[in-house]
Design a protein around this ligand. Structure first.
Ligand code: BGC
Length: 427
């Protein structure tokens, strides 16, 4: 029967269409399946990186993003254990031991080799010789705190030409081709030190109309930018305050003594501090630009028999060396850097650059890159007690107590033992 034939033909055709549709459907549905697999992989990868980029980001800076390199790029990168990242600091000091702790922690989390190196005291040539050795070895990335940015520039550029990513930490070399600077905004930090100095000069009655104020500055470098910027910011804050303070209105003479350069040598720092104190019995203020300068001032004041608090002392940094001057009352405050993150994020950033490409990693880590190449790790002002004031410049300043700062360190994921050492118990 022709009708039956037609029916059979139609049924066969229908079956074929359904089969084809099913087949097509399968192909279509397998495509998302493939994508899903990829996405799952990416998510897994992202998770891994999220755990490695732990430690809350400093409050003043955004957290580095956790986006992961695509698996294809990852496969072209050597395994982490074959990657070596080098961090070059400026001198032997607990300040740098804290940076080192950050380097080691990041290296451990990533499974890479993290090398940390410092000269005994400021030594431009030793820094650069060391850098050159690591360039020749073809390490995966270098972070350096150049004691002399001009001298370091050809080395930084040479490393980059050889394909080794270089960033600066702690102190910058912006005229070089360094890819980024990760550290304190030093001018601003110096300005805060100046505002704090002014607050105590007023509180002690030293800053008054018609007075002459003597403020001495001790530093460890006259070439490193962090030192020069801090000194500049410090002086500017004091002259701004002197002009804007309604009680003074510029009717005061400020004499800045120094900067005296101890080249990051604590013995020289102490000797210089002592000779300045002896030559100026009428000293009102002392500024310690580098980590050991505050303690050097405090030790010299003590040995000269000057009672705590007579000379206003503002230190830089929170390390076990900087705590006794605060506890004993020789130092009124210190500007705490978050140098742990210079080491920690320094290695993380170099690693990310290696696995995902320089530009991509930098874009994800630094806000507004490439217009901006600076990641500010932030500072905190720390003293014995909590103090808040509005400076004559209108700036609101908060000095955290040692206890508050200890709690903050814990919150940020920095071991407070590193910052306070044996004094941790007393805080
Ligand atoms: C500075 C470093 C310096 C360290 C120890 C810190 O305040 O940021 O550049 O090496 O003090 O001297």
């Amino acid at each position: 029967m022709p009708e039956t034939k037609y029916t059979v033909a139609i049924v066969v055709l229908l079956i074929l269409v359904i089969a084809l549709g099913a087949a097509l459907g399968y192909v279509v549905s397998t495509k998302p399946g493939v994508v899903t697999t990829t996405v799952t992989e990416t998510v897994t990868e992202t998770k891994t990186v999220t755990t490695t980029v732990t430690g809350p980001a400093p409050t003043t800076s955004p957290s580095p993003t956790t986006t992961t390199p695509s698996p294809t790029i990852t496969t072209t990168t050597p395994p982490p254990s074959e990657l070596t990242f080098v961090v070059i600091g400026k001198s032997v000091h607990p300040y740098w031991s804290i940076v080192e702790a950050g380097v080691k922690k990041a290296a451990e989390e990533l499974g890479v080799n993290g090398i940390f190196w410092v000269p005994q005291k400021e030594d431009v040539q030793a820094q650069l010789r060391t850098m050159d050795t690591y360039i020749a070895q073809g390490v995966a990335g270098i972070a350096i705190a150049p004691s002399d940015p001009d001298a370091a520039t050809p080395y930084i550029n040479k490393a980059l030409e050889k394909g080794i990513p270089v960033i600066t930490i702690d102190t910058d070399a912006p005229q070089s081709n360094r890819l980024a600077y990760l550290g304190t905004g030093n001018w601003k930090a110096g300005y805060l030190a100046g505002l704090t100095m002014w607050y105590y000069l007023k509180e002690k009655g030293y800053a008054k109309p018609g007075a002459t104020l003597k403020i001495a500055i001790l530093t460890g470098s006259l070439t490193a930018r962090n030192s020069l910027e801090r000194i500049d910011g410090f002086k500017k804050a004091i002259t701004d305050c002197a002009e804007k303070d309604p009680d003074i209105q510029g009717n005061i003479e400020i004499q800045f003594l120094g900067p005296y350069n101890d080249k990051e040598d604590p013995v020289q720092a102490f000797n210089l501090a002592m000779s300045v104190i002896q030559a100026n019995p009428d000293l009102h203020g002392a500024f310690g630009v580098y980590a050991y300068d505050g303690p050097a001032w405090a030790k010299a004041l003590k040995q000269a028999g000057i009672e705590p608090g007579k000379v206003v002392l503002i230190e830089f940094d929170v390390t076990p060396d900087n705590i006794p001057p605060i506890i004993e009352g020789y130092a009124q405050a210190t500007i705490g850097q978050r140098q742990y993150f210079m080491g920690y994020y320094g290695v993380k950033l170099l690693y990310n650059m290696t696995v995902m490409g320089w530009e991509e990693a930098l874009k994800q880590f630094i806000p507004n890159y490439p217009e901006n190449k600076i990641y500010d790790t932030g500072v905190d002002i720390v003293g014995l007690e909590h103090v808040e004031f509005t400076a004559p410049t209108g700036d609101k300043v908060v000095i955290m107590s040692l206890k508050e700062y200890k709690d903050l360190a814990v919150e940020l994921g920095i071991d407070p033992e590193l910052l306070f050492g044996e004094y941790l118990e007393k805080i």
